[in-house]
Design a protein around this ligand. Structure first.
Ligand SMILES: *[C@@H]1O[C@H](CO)[C@@H](O)[C@H](O)[C@H]1NC(C)=O
Ligand SMILES: *[C@@H]1O[C@H](CO)[C@@H](O)[C@H](O)[C@H]1NC(C)=O
Ligand SMILES: *[C@@H]1O[C@H](CO)[C@@H](O)[C@H](O)[C@H]1NC(C)=O
Length: 183
């Protein structure tokens, strides 16, 4: 009798798991995975600190020698994201990634960064932003191309507005309003 149960159990298992003989994909019932789609607005302040003893953003590749627009430069960042403009306000996450001078005739960067949230219900969740940032424009829009945790299947956009820029040091604080669809 136990043998029969074992055989039955094995057969059920075989029916419900993907077999290991090259059959590597299957359609999943969406109802098991997805809840109603939500739209979340997050407002955070991004602090690009390139000066001083502890910069959070470091140029790892200088721009091409004759460029007046930082073309070819690459900066790696681990910038604090705070809930308000002052850098000593509550840190809610980190912006990790890089920006690269991508325009020859204007100051324009390719931004490739993940906002990793560290507080509240968003702790451990991320959104990834990839887009064009012409830093002297009043508002720069960039796509949110994905996310993890609460932000699985994320898509959306951000609006970036410079709130503070120190011409001497190059340090800046930028407001990011993020509009994210997720489940
Ligand atoms: C920079 O140098 C390259 C190669 O010599 C040249 O093709 C390009 O036009 C120069 N750019 C500027 C902005 O002078
Ligand atoms: C943040 O810094 C400002 C000026 O440096 C100071 O007045 C304020 O008390 C600080 N706030 C906190 C929460 O530490
Ligand atoms: C965020 O999650 C990490 C890992 O689970 C935990 O160590 C940390 O205390 C959490 N932080 C907050 C502010 O909840």
């Amino acid at each position: 009798m136990p043998k029969l149960i074992l055989i039955l159990a094995t057969q059920i298992l075989l029916l419900t798991t993907v077999s290991s003989t090259g059959d590597y994909a299957r359609t999943v019932n969406q109802k098991r995975l997805l809840k109603k789609e939500k739209l979340t607005h997050l407002r955070v302040y991004w602090h690009d600190i390139i000066s001083g003893k502890n910069p959070s953003s470091i140029m790892i590749q200088p721009w091409v020698s004759n460029s007046s627009t930082a073309f070819g430069s690459i900066s790696m960042m681990d910038n604090a994201l705070t809930s308000d403009v002052p850098i000593n306000s509550t840190v809610v996450g980190q912006a990790q990634g890089f920006y690269a001078g991508a325009a020859q005739r204007e100051l324009g960067f390719l931004m490739a960064m993940t906002f990793a949230f560290k507080t509240g219900k968003y702790n451990g969740s991320t959104i990834t932003i990839l887009g064009r940032n012409t830093v002297f424009s009043k508002v720069r829009e960039m796509p949110v191309v994905g996310g993890s945790g609460i932000f699985r299947f994320a898509r959306g956009y951000v609006e970036a507005r410079t709130k503070w820029f120190d011409q001497k040091s190059g340090d800046a604080t930028v407001e990011y309003n993020c509009y994210v669809f997720h489940y």
